[in-house]
Design a binder for this molecule. Structure first.
Ligand SMILES: NC(=O)c1ccc[n+]([C@@H]2O[C@H](COP(=O)([O-])OP(=O)(O)OC[C@H]3O[C@@H](n4cnc5c(N)ncnc54)[C@H](O)[C@@H]3O)[C@@H](O)[C@H]2O)c1
Length: 252
């Protein structure tokens, strides 16, 4: 895996940062991108001055530029990890056009166009893509219709691309976590907890098969799965949307 170049979107966030730390520990060359310039600069500095590109994945021109600047600087691209994402929830009868458009634009359109521009370079290196889907990209959850639609899209985008790119030996997989202890989860509890964020989080855990022993997933646990899927050991795995969810999507 010497000399691999790994491009991570949403790198200022919880899972993106953990993935960056993991690939950095493996000695790989990182390119980190996020909309949040300040957060991105901090992660890049913490990881020895990694290449950081501020960009908005909802803008197709930014997706093209992020990939182009990656390859211009490093000469290749081996791994694309699409972590940029946003959460929205609430009764569908109260949903707004802005919520729908924003969620689809970041989660689905952004993931799609990052893949679209990365593909020619990944074909050259027989590289791979790891997308962030969700438990909500595998099963329906109540009052999350927009988020589920966006992540369901990411899951099928992953499977479709895996088949399209298999002849070029480019692998495409998705990880599907439920609740991961990141700024996104804290934001959910703050924005949708009705003034009781702790109660919101307790209610999430109460649904887990582990019952009173339930806990949230740690970002580094998701990063370990991402790193495995991007490793040569995972050569037979493509088109997989792999739950990492304490069994929450295993059944009733
Ligand atoms: N935290 C969870 O419980 C959980 C569960 C399942 C799936 N996921 C998914 O994992 C991914 C990472 O989530 P996280 O928990 O690390 O969230 P996070 O909020 O900690 O990080 C998301 C990052 O995406 C960036 N971002 C948002 N919009 C962007 C845009 N338009 N362009 C570029 N960057 C943008 C944010 O600035 C942020 O740094 C997301 O796709 C999320 O939907 C998270």
């Amino acid at each position: 895996m010497d000399g691999r170049v790994v491009l991570i979107t949403g790198a200022a966030g919880g899972i993106g940062r953990a993935a960056a730390e993991r690939f950095h520990a493996q000695g790989e060359t990182l390119v980190l991108t996020d909309l949040d310039a300040e957060g991105l600069a901090k992660v890049a500095a913490d990881l020895g001055g990694a290449h950081a590109i501020v960009g908005d994945v909802t803008r197709v021109a930014d997706c093209e530029r992020i990939v182009r600047e990656t390859v211009e600087r490093h000469g290749r691209l081996d791994v694309l990890v699409n972590c940029a994402g946003v959460w929205v929830e609430g009764p569908t009868a109260e949903a707004t056009e802005e919520e729908f458009d924003r969620t689809m634009a970041v989660n689905l359109k952004g993931t799609f166009f990052m893949c679209r521009y990365a593909i020619p370079h990944l074909e050259r290196t027989e590289g791979c893509i790891v997308n962030l889907s969700s438990d909500a990209g595998l099963v329906g959850t109540a009052e999350t219709a927009i988020y589920c639609a966006s992540k369901g899209g990411v899951s099928l985008l992953t499977r479709s691309l895996a088949l399209e790119l298999a002849p070029k030996l480019v692998r495409v997989n998705a990880v599907c976590p439920n609740d991961v202890d990141t700024p996104m989860l804290a934001g959910q509890a703050r924005d949708y907890g009705g003034g009781d964020p702790e109660g919101y989080l307790r209610a999430l855990l109460a649904k887990y098969p582990q019952r009173e022993r339930a806990r949230f997933i740690r970002p580094e646990e998701v990063a370990a799965l991402i790193a495995y899927l991007a490793s040569p050991e995972a050569a037979p795995i493509t088109g997989a949307c792999i739950p990492i969810d304490f069994g929450s999507t295993a059944g009733y």
